[in-house]
Design a binder for this molecule. Structure first.
Ligand code: MN
Length: 502
């Protein structure tokens, strides 16, 4: 998926009551606004003006065309004049893609000395957008409402965030996730309903026995490995005992073959995400740690131990954050706690697989024995994450629904960790460890998460809205008492939700 292959349609609502001059003016204003939005340089997707709709037939045609156009990732609607909303019922019922309702106005301020009834009838978004809001609410239509002047940075920034989510949503529809091996034995939280996931989130989850991957790795040529080792030498330091020419270097070469073979396999299968399992390595000599780190850095979603939901979310959040200078994103796992009063924190790590995009310094390739499952002696990139604010998100299957949880976190500097043979990040969950971790646990959040320095809670809110899944936000305002009440309320809401649908 490339951002330049997707676009957003802009449709203006009106009616013919106000005469031909009004129709011409509405169209001219809309054209100028869309050109202005595109010229702002703040929007990651191009906006394409699709005209003014003045009748039920025009509205239905515009929205069903948007459904059918594969390059259309979403629609922005705006009511320039009053647009009686019974006209919107059939079109909105049919419409299936992300919807943004922009509540704005062509002119910034009221022209105090000039304003007359003609002006009022032409510029009545304040009025028309409420009518549109009613029918959207009456239809229980998921949408993002952005209120603000269309030339303002704050308004455009909110539209931009939503566009990133639209691009990621389009990318996720039919997203193929390859599982190399099944879920780790008996682990509950990483599993879930794959049929519901395809229906609700668009994920298509496929199994690939390791035996089907092994030939891809074994067929990698020595010259290809040489070239990749050269790249590793350019990008990373090597521990002394695994540099070229040393005995342990063969593990790095084997990891390079895994990277090349896996990339070839995933490209052939048109997969965007994958999972691995340290318990299922038949025919391979090491867990594909370094390969997973490298593939994550180029946009493949990754989940360990068969965690396909996290693999998909890592991919989705990578697409959302593409091109942002935020400092990277990664699969991570809550590993070990550090109690230190107000600075209490959680060491995030995994057995191997952390994305080097979040590294504070130059990652170092190391080779160590990993005595868990069948993992063997594995190459890996070792580093500590840089400091900064970020978010950690997850999706769990509650039986009758998917639940997303997002927690604002602050990545801080750990003390030196001379004996830790894996990459890591140390973070304080907001508002603090007690409430942050407590809320995450009471919500049933995973030990795995998809972490990003680039994204904000707003991106995850927009995503949950489009997907129609439950969202729980843990941030500086969270209290356990209110959070528990939200859980109880949501339990009832999702029990009744189906009967609300239009
Ligand atoms: Mn794990």
């Amino acid at each position: 998926m490339e951002y330049n292959q997707q676009e957003i349609r802009f449709i203006t609502g009106a009616q013919l009551l106000y005469g031909g001059d009004a129709v011409v003016a509405v169209d001219a204003h809309s054209t100028e606004m869309v050109e202005g939005l595109n010229r702002s340089g703040r929007l990651p997707l191009k906006v394409v003006y699709k005209g003014t709709v003045n009748s039920a037939a025009e509205i239905s045609a515009a929205l069903t065309e948007a459904n059918a156009d594969r390059s259309c990732a979403g629609v922005i609607v705006w009511m320039h004049t009053f647009s009686p909303a019974k006209m919107w019922i059939h079109g909105l019922k049919a419409y299936q893609k992300p919807l943004l309702h922009l509540h704005t106005q062509f002119n910034r301020e009221i022209p105090w000395d000039e304003i007359n009834m003609d002006f009022m009838n032409l510029n009545q978004s304040a009025h028309g957008d409420r009518e549109f809001g009613f029918i959207s609410s009456r239809l229980r239509k998921p949408r993002k409402i952005v209120v603000g002047y269309w030339k303002d940075e704050a308004t455009q920034t909110k539209i931009a965030a939503w566009m990133r989510v639209c691009a990621a949503w389009a990318d996720a529809q039919g997203m193929r996730i390859i599982r190399f091996g099944d879920n780790m034995n008996n682990v509950a939280v990483t599993d879930g309903d794959k049929v519901e996931a395809e229906l609700r989130l668009g994920y298509h989850v496929d199994n690939a026995p390791i035996a089907t991957l092994v030939p891809y790795i074994n067929n990698v040529e020595e010259a290809e490995i040489d070239a990749l080792i050269n790249e590793y030498e350019r990008l990373y330091d090597f521990a002394d005992d695994c540099k070229p020419g040393t005995e342990k270097h063969r593990y790095v070469r084997n990891a390079a073959a895994q990277e090349i073979g896996m990339r070839r396999f995933l490209e052939e299968k048109k997969a965007k995400a994958f999972t691995t399992s340290f318990d299922e390595l038949e025919g391979m000599t090491q867990l594909m740690g370094l390969a997973s780190q490298r593939l994550m850095a180029e946009g493949y979603g990754f989940g360990a131990e068969g965690d396909w939901k996290t693999a998909a979310l890592v991919r989705t959040m990578w697409v959302m954050g593409k091109g942002l200078n935020g400092g990277g994103q990664s699969f991570l796992e809550d590993y070990t706690l550090n109690f230190a009063g107000a600075d209490s924190s959680i060491l995030q790590a995994h057995m191997l697989e952390i994305n080097p995009e979040i590294a504070a310094g130059k990652p170092r390739i190391e080779v160590h024995f990993l005595g868990i499952g069948d993992a063997g002696t594995c190459a890996r990139l070792v580093f500590q994450a840089h400091r900064g604010a970020g978010i950690a998100a997850t999706i769990v299957d509650m039986g009758n629904r998917f639940r997303m949880i997002v927690n604002k976190v602050e990545v801080i500097d750990p003390k030196p960790l001379p004996k830790l043979p894996v990459a890591c990040a140390l973070w304080k969950p907001l508002p603090d460890l007690e409430i942050g971790a407590g809320a995450w646990i009471i919500a049933g959040g995973t030990h795995h998460s998809s972490f990003s320095f680039s994204l904000t809670v707003e991106h995850i809110e927009d995503y949950a809205e489009i997907a129609g899944v439950e969202l729980l936000v843990i941030d500086e305002t969270t209290t356990i008492r209110d959070f528990k009440q939200a859980l109880r309320n949501n339990e009832i809401y999702y029990m009744l939700n189906k009967s609300f649908s239009a």
